[in-house]
Design a protein around this ligand. Structure first.
Ligand code: HSE
Length: 307
């Protein structure tokens, strides 16, 4: 195999109570990328979108992840990659992880699957570091493994793939800029034992709820008293989005990653679509451009494109 095209999904990190450790993958939107083997130890990048991302591999997220793979192989080969990003950079739904994970999964397929998923996660995190300057895998893990994931540890990397029941996500992406670095700077550096107890109780309960398909427990577990109160100030109409979504039947939700996207989880597609309408109504009354996605949970992560 000399060429492959893959679809790398958007992801929702944190999932309200699991800051820097929980995440899940969406069925859409996805980045599309085509990778070819070339007879030169280098990475050549072509963009098929309007985001003006860097072409130098050392500055490009997919490029850095692919260079990390080339460092590990002896053959005198390299990669040519064409990237059509559909997940807007800075949207808070794992755009940089999709670039990095899509590239390494495609490369691994061209290399006859010689690396494990955990090795691929390490390569992808090197790419993701270019964007976030931090080491967290809560977007990389669900993009790579699919479904819901828990990152138990980043050093060494330990990723747990979680069972989950049928769920639908509604995600609104207000087109405003919230830099992850900025959204991390405003967080408390210390929390009280009381807050820590609330947080780990909710994470444990959420994992159990997902595994048992207990939607009521899931709804009760989607609460966060540490990050949301600080970050929601960066997202116009956050409280209204949340309260109207809950009225429309959402199980719960909150800020996707570091924002500005906001997600809600529902038990049925109908509820997810009702929430879409109410989110659209709220933002139609503002001057802010926005996109809304309704999506199933992507259970398998990066997929080989059939087209
Ligand atoms: N867990 C990270 C954060 C995700 O919330 O800052 C953003 O990359």
């Amino acid at each position: 195999m000399k060429e492959i095209t893959v679809l790398a999904p958007a992801t929702v990190a944190n999932v309200v109570c699991g800051f820097d450790c929980l995440g899940f993958a969406l069925e859409n939107p996805c980045d599309q990328m085509t990778l070819r083997l070339i007879a030169e130890k280098t990475v050549k990048i072509k963009h098929l979108d309007d985001f003006n991302l860097p072409l130098e591999p050392e500055k490009n997220i997919a490029g850095v992840a692919l260079l990390a793979i080339l460092d590990e192989i002896e053959e005198n080969i390299g990669f040519e990659i064409e990237i059509a990003k559909r997940i807007k950079p800075g949207s808070g739904i794992g755009s940089s992880s999709a670039s990095a994970v899509g590239a390494v999964v495609a490369a691994n397929k061209l290399l006859d699957e010689r690396f494990s998923l955990l090795q691929l996660a390490e390569f992808a995190m090197k790419g993701e570091f270019v964007a976030s300057q931090g080491r967290h895998a809560d977007n990389v893990a669900p993009c790579l493994f699919g479904g819901f994931t828990l990152v138990r540890s980043v050093e060494p990397l330990d990723i747990v793939k979680l069972d989950f029941p049928p769920l639908f996500a509604t995600v609104i992406h207000p087109q405003i800029e919230v830099k992850t670095s900025q959204a991390r700077k405003i967080l408390p550096t210390e929390i009280s034992l009381k807050s820590a107890i609330q947080a780990w109780s909710n994470v444990g309960a959420l994992v159990a709820a997902l595994s048992k398909g207990d939607y009521e427990l899931l709804a009760r577990s989607l609460e966060d008293f540490i990050v949301e109160p600080v970050r929601k100030k960066l997202i116009p109409h956050f409280d209204e989005l949340k309260s109207e979504s809950l009225k429309s039947g959402a199980l719960g939700g909150g800020i996707s990653g570091s924002g500005p996207s906001v997600f809600m989880l529902s038990e049925t597609l109908e509820t997810a679509q009702t929430i879409e309408k109410s989110m659209r109504e709220i933002y139609s009354n503002t001057e802010i451009d926005f996109n809304v996605y309704v999506s199933e949970i992507n259970a398998e992560g990066v997929k080989v494109s059939k087209t």
